[in-house]
Ligand binder design. Structure first.
Ligand code: FMN
Ligand code: SF4
Length: 447
């Protein structure tokens, strides 16, 4: 593989300028030599999976768009609000033509003449860079009425959101784009059938789109040689937290582990503070179950990470060292979800409120063991009862931190026999698995 499929600006300076990026050869190939069905088939064969979180195959999604109900739309999800995710921003800022070319190919494939990039509200400087690239693409005839002199029309627009995490959820994004309050829609029907302005709409993440020119230029078979059979291609891993060298790193899926990413010479180069160890990893920003140092050798592809009991998601890996109080950390993440819950459905709206309240009490030393148990019960009650995945995301840090660091929770309970500092509690728990039972477990109601 070339060193980079996506972060090409790292070794090609000024690639944000069309004169350096070059002609849109992949788009030209698509509109002048391939039918839309052939383009969809090529992307299907490549196995490209959506990079926005769920990992759904892009070509399969494109094939769901019904042929008869026009107009069709393409929306590029650049909301990028997941904590610890900062890859789409780098792509749009430094390699915008690759994103634009990929989105234009998607538009041709699904018969859409209008493409909207939905950028999070804070991305004002990024939007300026994207707009400059769009202007260049229009001037060169790669966008507009007659793309590459053909009958194909592709108009592309930018839209800045107003800074709500929920607007990254695809149906809330569509509501927001239509000028309404950003709240998720009931599904089915899915956007590919009933999307923007009730018309068939393909929504893909910015990074997903940036993969498409490579697939058309080099062919699906070449793309499939990267990564693993079920997780082909490269992925940008956003590494942050207590590491020496945080940042975006592109690597083939399934070819590096958490350990390589955190400690590798070409990646994070180890812990920020010498002598500290990995205590917890949030593999998917705030949304996925937390794992511990026991997961360090898990390979980074969708299947391997799932087998380790968590999700790869948008691959925003946040590393916490052993100085961190995990009750405090999970409480912070819960605050985020309570703040970002759109309030449309009761289990999420009320549940995130109550979970945050429990954390506040636990952290202030006002909670009993029964309150600690209540926190778990509230989280369990949210699961499977929400309109969109945000509600369930909110339970992940609570339940997984409890699973791995139960002793830290129990040590804070006012009716625990001995209140020990968090770090000592987890060390003690590791040494004696039954340490948590030193507390009066009879006070905990069973469910
Ligand atoms: C609460 C929530 C927030 C999300 N935020 C984003 C986001 O910022 N960017 C993104 O691409 N997808 C986000 N998603 C996933 C989208 O709903 C959707 O699956 C994705 O844009 C589809 O593109 P893909 O198939 O290319 O991954 C979010 C989902 C949820 C439930
Ligand atoms: S789960 Fe939460 S964010 Fe999603 S619709 Fe319900 S209230 Fe809104």
């Amino acid at each position: 593989m070339d060193k980079y499929v996506l972060l090409r600006h790292r070794d090609t300076p000024d690639i944000h300028k069309l004169s350096v990026y070059g002609e849109y050869t992949a788009l030209q190939k698509a509109v002048t030599t391939l039918t839309p069905e052939q383009v969809i088939n090529e992307v299907k064969v490549s196995g490209l999976r959506g990079r926005g979180g769920a990992g759904f195959p892009a070509g399969v999604k494109w094939s769901f768009v019904p042929k008869d109900r026009l107009p069709h739309y393409v929306t590029v999800n650049a909301d990028e609000s997941e904590p610890g995710t900062f890859k789409d921003r780098e792509l749009m800022e430094f390699n915008p033509h690759q994103v634009i070319e990929g989105a234009a190919i998607a538009a041709y494939a699904v018969g859409a003449t209008r493409v909207y990039h939905y950028l999070r509200g804070e991305f004002k400087s990024v939007a300026r860079r994207m707009q400059a690239a769009l202007d260049e693409a229009y001037a060169a005839g790669y966008l507009g009425q007659n793309v590459f002199g053909t009958h194909v029309e592709i108009q592309m627009f930018l839209h800045l959101g107003a800074g709500a995490y929920i607007c990254g959820e695809e149906s809330a994004l569509l509501e927001s784009l239509e000028g309404k309050r950003g709240q998720p829609r009931l599904r089915p029907p899915f956007p590919a059938v009933v999307g923007l302005y009730n018309q068939p709409t393909v929504i893909n993440n910015t990074e997903t789109m940036a993969n498409v020119p490579y697939i058309l230029n080099h062919g699906a078979e070449a793309y499939k040689k990267l990564g693993t059979e079920k997780s082909p291609g490269t992925k940008i891993f956003c590494l942050s937290g207590m590491v020496k060298r945080p940042g975006n790193y592109e690597a083939e899926l399934g070819k590096i582990s958490f350990r390589d990413l955190i400690f590798g010479e070409n990646f994070g180069q180890g812990m920020m503070v010498e002598g500290r160890n990995v205590k917890a990893i949030l593999p998917s920003g705030a949304s996925g179950p937390i794992v511990t140092e026991a997961a360090l050798d898990v390979l980074l592809d969708y299947e391997s990470v799932a087998a380790a009991g968590t999700i790869l998601g948008s691959a925003s890996v946040i590393v916490l060292d052993d100085s961190i109080d995990m009750v405090w950390a999970a409480g912070k993440v819960t605050h985020f979800f309570r703040h970002e819950s759109c309030g449309k459905c009761t289990p999420c709206r009320e549940g995130t409120y109550w979970m945050e309240k429990q954390y506040q009490d636990i952290l202030k030393g006002k909670a009993t063991l029964a309150d600690v148990q209540l926190l778990q019960d509230v989280a369990q009650q949210i699961i499977g009862k929400c309109l969109c995945p945000l509600g369930e995301f909110a339970t992940s840090p609570v339940l997984s931190s409890f699973q791995h660091f139960q002793a830290e929770y129990e040590a804070r309970a006012t009716d625990a026999k001995k209140v020990v500092p968090a770090k000592a509690a987890s060390a003690k728990a590791a040494a004696t698995p039954t340490a948590a039972k030193t507390a009066d477990t009879k006070a905990v109601p069973t469910t």
